[in-house]
Design a protein around this ligand. Structure first.
Ligand SMILES: C[S@@+](CC[C@H](N)C(=O)[O-])C[C@H]1O[C@@H](n2cnc3c(N)ncnc32)[C@H](O)[C@@H]1O
Length: 214
């Protein structure tokens, strides 16, 4: 692997760990404030009601978890990073919600089979299409449950800052193809899957919706 890609990987590792305290700021800047809209675009596709159990994989700084808790959904957040775990806990405590955080690897989920009505993950890394993760997501979902993941968001604003950011996404590998086609990976894992593209004001978001048959 070239020095550039090693540096990029190292930068992301830092961002999800020791530098996690900068994550909300960084995600706001690189999306010109659209990050939260892109995360929230997942919610209607979960098709859950108040009281339903939802698992969020790779919760990061827990912003989506707080949205879901406010909507009355019983969400469990899981992330492998203890640094993200601490950030999330602090934010959840000050939000005043009752919450549940788990530190674990998404490739081995510490939950019984058929525990969740839906699983959601926004801007996860490549672990999300690993066969072990997909096998685990399929296992913990109830029949008819949905797995919604947001792989990408893109600014559609015609201004030099948005163009510069798009260039930044490209040179850091955020626009390159995934190591495997996500839809094919989901289908191999037993899901019915489709990729939706939603146009928002000033940006576009990709939403992958996979369903476990009843
Ligand atoms: C780009 S951040 C996304 C955070 C948040 N979901 C968001 O929308 O901003 C990627 C997250 O994936 C987590 N992560 C990476 N590998 C993981 C794995 N194997 N299992 C669980 N979480 C993982 C990282 O710790 C980090 O919090």
């Amino acid at each position: 692997m070239s020095l550039w890609w090693r540096l990029v990987r190292f930068g992301f590792r830092l961002l999800y760990n020791e530098m996690a305290w900068t994550y909300d700021w960084v995600s706001w800047v690189v999306s010109l404030g659209h990050w939260r809209r892109w995360q929230r675009a997942s919610i209607p596709h979960l098709q859950v009601a108040r009281g339903d159990n939802v698992l969020e994989l790779a919760h990061g700084t827990a912003n989506l978890q707080i949205d879901l808790l406010r909507a009355g959904v019983a969400v469990v957040g899981l992330d492998v990073s203890p640094f993200m775990g601490r950030m999330a806990r602090r934010k959840l405590v000050s939000s005043g919600n009752i919450f549940r955080l788990v530190r674990a690897n998404a490739m081995s989920l510490p939950f019984p089979s058929e525990s969740f009505k839906a699983v959601v993950s926004t801007f996860p890394t490549e672990f999300i299409i690993h066969p072990d993760t997909l096998r685990e997501v399929f296992r913990v979902l109830k029949p008819g449950g949905r797995f919604v993941f947001i792989p990408n968001g893109m600014l559609t604003l015609a201004n030099p800052v948005a163009w510069f950011l798009e260039w930044l996404y490209r040179i850091t590998g955020q626009r390159g193809p995934w190591p495997d086609d996500p839809l094919q990976a989901f289908k191999r894992a037993g899901f019915h899957a489709e990729m939706l593209v939603e146009e928002l004001s000033g940006s576009r978001v990709w939403i992958s919706v996979a369903e476990k048959e009843r």
